[in-house]
Design a protein around this ligand. Sequence first.
Ligand code: SF4
Ligand code: SF4
Length: 429
Amino acid sequence: MSAEERKPSLPTDEFNRKWYWDFRKNAWYCLRCNNCKWIDNWEVKDARFARICPSNAYYLFDTYAAQGRMDVSLDLIDGVLKYEDDPEILDILYACNTCGGCDVMCKGVHDMSPINVILEMRAKMVEDGQLLPQYLPILESLRREDNTMLGKKADRGKWAEGLGIKNLAEESAEVAFFTGCRFSFDEELWKIPRAIAGIFKDAGVDFGIMGKDENCCGSRPAQMGFKGEFTKYAENNIDAWKNAGVKTVVTACSDGYYAMKRLYPEVGSKVEVLHMVEFLARLIEQGKIKLTKKVPMKVTYHDPCHLGRRLSQAISVFNPNERSMGIYEPPRDIIKAIPGVEMVEMFRNRECAWCCGAGGGVIDTYPDFNSYTATQRIIEAQETGAEAIVTACPWCERSLGDAIKETGAKIKVIDLVELVDSARQRGGK
Ligand code: SF4
Ligand code: SF4
């Protein structure tokens, strides 16, 4: 195919004016400018912490950055490259955290979306029957047990046993707490949803959970390319909330939040979706949580990608009404409102944050790459002198927590919920 033949047509109609939706054209328009590998120049505070793309930093090869992925994607779409030409093609497109760092840096200069190309290519590969072998047990777990964690569906609500929480499959409630796969099956993290239940009860929130009837939110399947699974779970969850008369869905998982807030409306969802950070801010503002207890601790905050910089499908510099998730300040404001806490920033923060390493299925599929990425974040956090990294996502907590265990680093990772729970007034004290 000649270069002339491969040129995208010029925008002429309404659909084509939205050409940035077309992932082939996005891949075609890549200028190979390198921006997707580094944080913005003016944000660099230390040369050791100037990179934005974990897979490029780990594999040390351009093909493992958005830039190379655009080349490979375009050639695959146009049939210039075939899957059988190189067994590494699957790794090139799957050893990516889907963290969106490249997307933010690319959008600083171009009107295109490398992250959407990568996600669409994964869906195309699934359609083409090109499955990453590491995904097979996860896919089996989704099909049999409706979760990504290889757990039993019947055990999904186990974390809540004995807490007397309303079961939304049987009763109505104003607020649904969506637990998500990681919090439901990662026993070490159960203390966080349990703390949330305590906070809700003390604040008088009318809430419930779906327990064993909760499905995966579909976020991880969507990141892996399983669009059919995503749609099925989105529809099931939307129906379940409707039947339970739910007005607001709250989740403490940033991946789930992204799916339910950004993607579910495309499947017909009309409920209000809040991340726990936003709900905590609301309860504090309403005076239902009072942060009165002193917590003497120096902490830094890690921005989960899906709570911060991940963008909507249609973001464009020519369409400024579309924004990133952008929840950067609320968690910081809550931390700063806790008496005794000293908050310090890492070199890379907010939209320039380094990913925790868990995203895009990488925590399950490329353990060495996952561990490298998380360890880099721990090193950066330790540079601040903080005793703890506070974050707001169970995937970050698992990934960073494992890196701390592996390296023996003298820092701990805690959820913002745990910090608030230690600082809140109980029973008038
Ligand atoms: S993906 Fe964007 S930032 Fe990266 S090389 Fe292409 S145009 Fe540049
Ligand atoms: S999504 Fe993250 S890991 Fe993937 S190419 Fe972009 S910056 Fe690199």
